[in-house]
Design a protein around this ligand. Structure first.
Ligand code: 5GP
Ligand code: ZN
Length: 111
């Protein structure tokens, strides 16, 4: 389920623009609008889940898939070595600005 009040849901629904780099039936990946690394993308489940605090056992395969897609894209982009950063912010205290679960993939500093 998506909500139009959420910018990432609007990107999922294609009613807001984004530079898409990957998509499948469960998640989308697009470039961060304010990149903080040469490569900075966001891995976003299609389902609207506000924060990691809202995850249930139902989401275990989806969260595993985020990591699998992240490492596959990192390999495709030639940054598996030396490495890259995956981060997930949780709540305002954790620096989360967009209340739709997502994982940052940052890297490419050595290219
Ligand atoms: P977080 O919630 O994990 O702290 O950060 C949200 C991230 O989403 C930020 O890095 C911000 O630059 C990015 N962002 C916010 N709004 C948009 C948008 O409309 N489009 C894109 N591509 N990125 C966005
Ligand atoms: Zn959403």
């Amino acid at each position: 389920m998506t909500t139009m009040a959420c910018i990432f849901c609007r990107i999922v629904e294609r009613s807001a623009p984004a530079e898409m780099v990957y998509e499948d039936d469960e998640l989308i990946v697009f470039k961060d609008i304010q990149p903080r690394a040469p490569i900075h993308v966001l891995l976003v489940p299609r389902e609207h889940i506000a924060t990691v605090n809202d995850l249930t056992v139902h989401h275990i395969p989806l969260m595993g898939k985020l990591f699998l897609v992240a490492k596959t894209l990192a390999a495709q982009w030639g940054i598996a070595t030396p490495g890259y950063r995956l981060s997930v912010h949780v709540g305002r205290g954790g620096g989360q600005l967009i209340d739709h679960v997502h994982m940052h993939l940052l890297g490419g500093w050595d290219r």
